[in-house]
Design a protein around this ligand. Structure first.
Ligand code: ADP
Length: 382
């Protein structure tokens, strides 16, 4: 004769569950573990007693075993989760800056500047629903050509909050959690709108660097793309523009490219732009005696980027300063109070100040590489 024990067993299960919850809430890991195991044992007994529900009771019994196993660990996960959120927030705060860069500080790149200015202006103006401003722009080109500068000027012109994110750094710092960081980042960007989110080394999210890394990258990327889509869908009034930059656009996959239909080539400066960049980096100094066209021609032949030209200018400037201030090292003995009473001696720059500087600045780019950028621009740019 079989005796139906399901009534008392169910009552015992309810009691054990309540005791488990109480112990778990009070942080009493030992009792919580025991009670979870008790629930599992009762469920197994129920499975024997009520064969028609056997499978369901056994599944639940297993679930309680897992819970018993996780009692201590669960609390740790919850705790770490809380701490990580704060850590995310404080990390994101370190990425924020107020940019004071203006469009005038960028030499050349007239078309690019024009495009970016238009994007920003359109986003701000009242407009019919059909006019949808770009939410994300991809800037690609050789290193040092002014991609970061363009992003800074976009933020500077709008007085927007500038988030400067280096994708590779976020991935290595928040490996596995980087997607959560991205979501927190966009929450803050919305809160502090208007915002420019600049993501440098964007290719780090697309490149496969071993299985684990690519999984973390993939998650970070999909969160980022989802956030971008979210802004697109919501017709949100908050202005959040994502500017992604890469030196290796050919490493980006189709999924990424499709989310960034606006892809702008930021090339090496032409001769006119080289002249402008020299003027910008020599601001406040007399360069009327140097041949800008000759210098620009040499910069162009050496495949110099804006960054290389800035280094060249620094070297030439230091050549002049050292020549005019032979006693500079002796000043090191003076107190700061005495120092501020004296001025640095300067004179107009001469072509010979640039002697030697060209040899010291080596461009990291070759003709083949430039052609590769141009081909990619023809195929995917626009
Ligand atoms: P990228 O992000 O493309 O690698 P950056 O914008 O960081 O390059 O440029 C590095 C530095 O080179 C800038 O801070 C600036 O001093 C100089 N530079 C680059 N491009 C230009 C430019 N078009 N006009 C003036 N300075 C430039």
């Amino acid at each position: 004769m079989t005796v139906d024990l399901s009534g008392p067993l169910l009552a015992a299960l309810e009691k054990a569950k309540k005791e488990y919850k109480k112990a778990s809430d009070n942080g009493n890991i030992k009792v919580a573990k025991e009670k979870a195991m008790e629930c599992s044992r009762i469920l197994k007994a129920l499975a024997k007693n009520v064969p028609s529900y056997s499978k369901s009771y056994l599944d639940k019994a297993k679930e309680w075993e897992r819970m018993a196993d996780n009692v201590g660990k669960r609390r740790m996960v919850e705790k770490t989760g809380g701490e990580t959120l704060d850590e995310f927030k404080s990390y994101i705060e370190t990425l924020i800056s107020k940019s004071t860069v203006t469009w005038n500080e960028i030499g050349g790149l007239e078309q690019v500047k024009q495009l970016m200015m238009e994007t920003i202006v359109i986003a701000g103006l009242k407009k019919p629903d059909a006019v949808k401003p770009w939410k994300g722009i991809l800037l690609f080109g050789p290193p040092g050509t002014g991609k970061t500068l363009l992003a800074s000027a976009s933020a500077g012109s709008l007085n927007a909050t500038f988030f400067n994110v280096v994708a590779g750094k976020v991935l290595s710092k928040y490996f596995g959690e980087s997607s959560k960081l991205v979501s927190a980042l966009y929450d803050l960007a919305k809160e502090k709108a208007p915002s420019i989110v600049f993501i440098d080394e964007f290719d780090a999210l697309s490149l496969s660097r071993g299985m684990d890394m690519s999984e973390a990258s993939r998650r970070m990327l999909s969160e980022l793309l989802a956030d971008l889509d979210g802004f697109q869908d919501k017709k949100s009034g908050d202005f959040v523009l994502t500017l992604a930059a890469t030196n290796v656009p050919w490493d980006l996959d189709e999924a990424v490219l499709s989310r960034f239909p606006r892809r702008i080539y930021v090339p090496l400066p032409d001769e006119k732009a080289c002249q402008e960049i020299i003027k910008i980096h020599m601001k406040g100094l007399d360069i009327s005696n140097v041949s800008l066209s000759e210098l620009a021609h040499k910069c162009r032949l050496s495949f110099y980027s804006g960054r290389d030209i800035a280094s060249l200018c620094q070297l030439a400037m230091w050549n002049m300063i050292r020549e005019e201030n032979k006693d500079l090292a002796e000043y090191a003995n003076l107190s700061y109070k005495e120092l501020v009473k004296r001025s640095l001696k300067i004179r107009p720059l001469k072509m010979r100040d640039f002697d030697g500087a060209f040899e010291k600045v080596k461009a990291p780019i070759t003709k083949d590489k430039i052609e590769k950028y141009e081909r990619w621009n023809e195929e995917y740019g626009g």
